[in-house]
Design a protein around this ligand. Structure first.
Ligand code: CUA
Length: 328
């Protein structure tokens, strides 16, 4: 049957088209019948109403015909749903972690990324979980939308048939920066993808710290080199003097490694004056990861000549100077 040659996205579209077509045809038939009945059975033309109670033929027809049509719609909807839920056995598996307010993608070789590069024409299975609240992975180009829930794993899959970039959204309201929780599927020619995948991430130092912060979504809220709005800017922060509230009392401190560590692990304990307690705690970084991030923060801190600009690798590219989504 020709439907088998359609991709899941095309099957979903086909089911939608059928429902739309069906609705249109039914609308036209009902409207025409209504108008005709109003005209034909007006009391001037039909003074004595006929009584059709007990007309078995009519009752069978108006039960059978709509049932067959609705079952037909169900069949095509079910086929599309099955296609969306049946992962091809050769799919590449990628772990997805959602957190306020970023996506982290982990590849079979352990590489992590905040975007989702994939090879074209390869089915990709996403195995997803969340660290804090319910998010929803939404890639409209592939007609996939799946809840990402803390404490359980969900899955979805897609296959990019053409190289290009496809948007990823969070489709479940998850907090103040929900609308900034975006990423992108980058469908690459297989050789390009393999080259990207083989490129190692920096393991330590400021570049590693930047990559970690990028993949944990820090830059969804914290900007660099711009007047802070509802979150403190990270540029010039390390080594600066700031005012914090500890237990309701104001203190003046110098932002050092110890304070920044506390601000990452347990941000609610000492708020910078004027800011709300909106940042989730990040207690799971290893000491080495924490050191890398502190080195990165120091490199964009007060006593350095300027922000670090790591190499050209996708995950270690220059930190966004304005907003993290300005490049889109
Ligand atoms: Cu995550 Cu909305």
């Amino acid at each position: 049957m020709y439907l088998q040659s359609l991709s899941p996205a095309q099957q979903v579209d086909f089911a939608l088209f059928l429902v739309f077509l069906f609705s249109g045809v039914v609308l036209i038939i009902l409207t025409v019948c209504t108008v005709w009945f109003i005209w034909r059975y007006h009391h001037t033309r039909n003074p004595v109403p006929s009584d059709i109670r007990g007309n078995i033929t009519a009752e069978i027809l108006w039960t059978l015909i709509p049932s067959i049509m609705v079952m037909g719609l169900f069949y095509y909807g079910w086929t599309g749903f099955k296609a969306l839920r049946t992962v091809p056995p050769n799919a590449m598996e990628i772990q997805v972690t959602a957190r306020m307010f970023a996506w982290t993608f982990k590849y079979p070789n352990g590489k992590t990324s905040s975007t989702l590069p994939v090879p074209v024409n390869t089915p990709v299975k996403l195995v997803m979980t969340a660290t804090d609240v319910i998010h929803s992975f939404f890639a409209p180009a592939f007609r996939i939308k799946m809840d990402v829930v803390p404490g359980m794993t969900t899955y979805t899959w897609f296959k990019a048939e053409r190289a290009g970039e496809y948007d990823i959204y969070c489709a479940e309201y998850c907090g103040v920066k929900h609308s900034a929780m975006m990423s992108v599927i980058k469908a690459l020619p297989p050789e390009e993808f393999e080259a990207w995948l083989a490129q190692p991430l920096a393991m330590h130092g400021p570049a590693a710290g930047y990559a970690l912060m990028e993949s944990h979504g820090c830059f969804s809220c914290h900007l660099l080199g711009e007047a802070p709005q509802d979150t403190p800017s990270l540029e010039g922060l390390h080594g600066s003097t700031t005012h914090i509230l500890v237990g309701g009392k104001e203190q003046t401190i110098t932002v050092d490694d110890a304070y920044l560590t506390e601000a990452i692990v347990n941000p609610g304990s000492s708020l910078v004056r004027g800011y709300e307690n909106t940042m989730p705690p990040y207690p799971d970084f290893t000491p080495e990861q924490m050191r890398s991030m502190l080195e990165y923060l120091a490199s964009v801190g007060k006593n350095e000549t300027g922000p670090l600009r790591p190499g050209a690798d996708d995950d270690q590219k220059a930190p966004p100077v304005k907003h993290v989504h300005s490049e889109k």
